[in-house]
Design a protein around this ligand. Structure first.
Ligand code: SF4
Length: 323
């Protein structure tokens, strides 16, 4: 099954749910299997700071939100990662808010420590200067995750008032120019998103030649201006996953997705199984102690959870974990 054009995408987005699960999802799953075999990828995840200077309207960690804040020094992070390496994990996803006071040198120390431990490193630390992206690449970061969230410039600028769409796209270009791979994606069905905007989001992911689609549906976060909005359409999110898989067979797509009953955050087993069934292939193993993991909350009840959950999903799908 080929998905290339706007019309192809529209066809999937508008098709009945039964047709999607009977025809498109299995085709997308088959493509995943052809490219990744019978494995389900896992990346360790460490959120080293939940402090952010920005005010994205949808995010529970926006600067104005009253939540307990933390910042974990490199030495402490490297202790946690050392244990994960001993358990066999070889990929690390480092993530934080735009915490300018973490110290760029501390970030470089962290990356170089992880490289010494033998990790492949992906990093999401927001918008930086071009020279900083280059230094991160030169220190060993293979992949940088900078979501564009929404591809329509006016919508982006309204929902992300601390930056602008032009700046975000310029950074995406800089990241690629350093030689790092680019992880990027959207929020599916945020309040007011039109179908045309969703289609343009998908086409932008293709145009950016992303290595990882870290998309999730809109989930309201407590204390934000969008806290009272209803959650995004999960079926639309599963359809986007399948479309992305059929358009870009080689990319990673986040399987840690919420499920219809809304329980268990991003570790909803059925949500994860549904995501795998339509082409997603990446789970997270959160290394943070629970007390801090609960405070890393761009969305409420993120609940990424650890290795046992990854193993449970693998067992239920008959796949083998690729650590
Ligand atoms: S989405 Fe990222 S940049 Fe925006 S407020 Fe949240 S943590 Fe900060």
């Amino acid at each position: 099954m080929m998905i290339q054009t706007k019309q192809d995408i529209l066809g999937v987005l508008n098709m009945p749910e039964e047709t999607f699960w009977a025809e498109v999802a299995p085709a997308a799953r088959k493509v995943t299997q052809e490219h990744f075999g019978d494995s389900l990828m896992v990346t360790a995840m460490l959120a080293y700071s939940n402090i952010c200077k920005n005010q994205c309207l949808y995010c529970g960690m926006r600067a104005g939100n009253q939540i307990p804040r933390y910042r974990i020094p490199p030495a402490e992070i490297l202790e946690l990662s050392q244990r994960a390496r001993a358990d066999g994990l070889s990929r690390m996803f480092l993530i934080a808010g735009e915490d300018k006071n973490y110290g760029f040198d501390n970030l470089l120390t962290l990356v170089s420590g992880l490289k010494k431990q033998g990790f492949a490193v992906s990093l999401a630390a927001g918008e930086l200067e071009k020279s900083q992206y280059q230094e991160l690449h030169d220190t060993g970061v293979e992949e940088y995750v900078l979501k564009f969230e929404m591809s329509d410039p006016a919508s982006f600028n309204r929902l992300n008032p601390s930056t602008d769409f032009h700046k975000r796209m310029e950074r995406a270009r800089w990241i690629k120019e350093t030689g790092m791979k680019l992880g990027s994606g959207n929020i599916v069905d945020w309040p007011g998103q039109s179908q045309e905007e969703l289609i343009q989001d998908i086409l932008l992911m293709k145009e950016l030649d992303i290595s990882w689609a870290p998309n999730i549906p809109f989930l309201p976060a407590m204390g934000t201006p969008l806290a009272g909005e209803k959650r995004g359409d999960f079926l639309l999110n599963f359809k986007e996953i399948a479309i992305l898989r059929l358009m870009m067979p080689h990319i990673k797509i986040t399987a840690q997705q919420p499920g219809y009953d809304g329980k268990g955050g991003l570790s909803n087993t059925q949500g994860n199984l549904d995501a795998v069934a339509c082409g997603a292939n990446l789970l997270f193993c959160d290394l943070l102690p629970d007390a801090k993991a609960n405070d890393f909350r761009p969305v409420d009840g993120r609940n990424v959870s650890g290795m046992k959950h990854c193993q449970d999903v693998a067992d239920l799908t008959g796949l083998t974990l690729d650590l």
